[in-house]
Design a protein around this ligand. Structure first.
Ligand code: FAD
Length: 385
């Protein structure tokens, strides 16, 4: 691939970097302490076109390629992973999936609102009893009435954007068939009667993000709420997550870059034994390990973006990028914390938050173990799930 960015990619990256430095990074600690990012950030992201990247302009999107999307995601992740996650879910998992699988009416109804930030989306796959084994989900949708309405009962767990979202892309069992073949996808407005949301507090990281548990009791939706063909919901979910993993990986590059910036800044001005610690070999080892992780994670992520933009298969490469970048982000943040010494352990400095935010990246959208099983299956042809 050509690693030189086009003028458009350079411009969108600069736009995202400026926005991050001005509107996100200065508030990240306060939002983390308050357990909520400023809700106004959603509209601001929409105004800049960051919630519509890769979505065709006819549906209100801002167009652009996946490398631009990765660049913006990295910049947002450098500032605050809670903000980055808003985009990765509402655009990356919901709007992009809708653009790929939706019918004309669904696209016209939701995409302009999602891309402008007027509405926010969330992705409801995980349930209290089913995480990695998502195909075993038990939320059920049953046909009811002459118009082919569906009535949905069940529950969803750990849903990012959950309490803020206007629409949930929800996966439910519609057939008696166990496993992935009996699952369908639905677009359900979150104000539909019978759908309640409970905020989840006390998270280790991503504290600014509105994470929720969803409870569905007799939630009635019209036949037109189904996204994609009946029984194809698991394919819808897996296609969303494959692209989503690139977005998580890009966010992790942002965390690792923030760790590098912070470690370099601190090491240059902190003096011990009569000289800046930046001159100590063991501190340079910590810093160079972070720098290599940043570059390696970024290159793996860009490769996925490039494959998507060229229309080639990318799912296994996305798993590799997500696996490596998430583990690298944790390592990089931990190394940066070490450079800060005791000051890294208090939240007046940014590195502790980077480590807390990074930790979940190895868990969601498929844990590191699940990524290894996906890569292993692709390489050997044998499923070890
Ligand atoms: P489990 O699946 O119970 O796994 C527990 C452990 O067992 C892990 O270490 C796992 O790797 C391991 N394990 C499981 N199966 C195997 C196997 N076959 N071989 C080897 N090891 C295995 N979900 C959504 O649907 N939408 C969201 O927006 C969303 N946002 C999230 C936000 C946060 C902050 C968090 C924490 C989670 C979010 N999730 C979301 C859920 C997330 O995707 C799941 O937590 C994740 O898939 C893991 O599922 P689990 O927590 O049930 O763990």
């Amino acid at each position: 691939m050509n690693l030189e960015l086009t003028p458009e990619q350079t411009a969108v990256r600069r736009l995202a970097a400026d926005f991050t430095d001005r509107e996100i990074a200065p508030h990240a600690t306060a939002w983390d302490r308050a357990e909520q990012v400023d809700p106004g950030i959603v509209r601001a992201l929409g105004d800049l076109g960051f919630l519509g990247l890769t979505i065709p302009e006819e549906y209100g999107g801002s167009g652009g390629d996946h490398l631009s999307y990765a660049l913006v995601t990295e910049e947002l992740g450098r500032g605050d992973s809670s903000v980055r996650g808003i985009v990765s879910v509402s655009l990356g998992l919901v709007a992009k999936t809708l653009a790929a699988w939706g019918d004309e009416e669904q696209k016209r109804t939701w995409l302009p609102r999602l891309t402008s930030g007027e509405a926010l989306g969330c992705f409801g796959l995980t349930e209290p009893g089913t995480g990695s084994d998502a195909a075993a989900l038990t939320t059920r949708a049953v046909r009811d009435g002459a118009h082919g309405d569906w009535v949905v009962d069940g529950g969803k767990m750990f849903i990012t954007n959950g309490t803020w979202a206007d629409v949930v892309l929800l996966f439910a069992r519609t057939g008696g068939v166990p496993g992935h073949r009996g699952i369908s996808a639905f677009l359900i407005p979150t104000d539909t009667p019978g759908l309640t949301r409970r905020p989840i507090h006390g998270k280790l990281g991503l504290r600014g993000q509105a994470t929720a548990e969803l409870v569905l009791e007799g939630v009635r939706v019209p036949a037109g709420a189904m996204l994609g063909p009946e029984g194809k919901g698991f394919s819808v979910a897996m296609s969303a997550l494959a692209k989503g993993r690139m977005s998580v990986a890009a966010g992790c590059v942002g965390i690792a870059q923030a760790a590098l910036d912070a470690a370099l800044g601190y090491a240059g001005q902190r003096e011990q034994f009569g000289a800046p610690i930046a001159g100590r070999q063991l501190v340079q080892e910590l810093i160079s390990d972070i720098a290599v992780d940043v570059d390696a994670a970024r290159l793996l992520t860009w490769r996925v973006a490039d494959l998507i933009d060229r229309g080639e298969s990318f799912a296994t490469e996305a798993s590799k990028a997500k696996l490596f970048a998430s583990e690298a982000a944790v390592r990089a943040a931990s190394n940066a914390l070490q450079v800060f010494g005791g000051y890294g352990y208090i939240d007046e400095y940014p590195v502790g938050k980077l480590l807390r935010d990074a930790r979940v990246m190895t868990l969601y959208e498929g844990t590191s173990q699940i990524q290894k099983l996906l890569i292993g299956r692709a390489l050997t042809g044998v499923s070890a799930f």
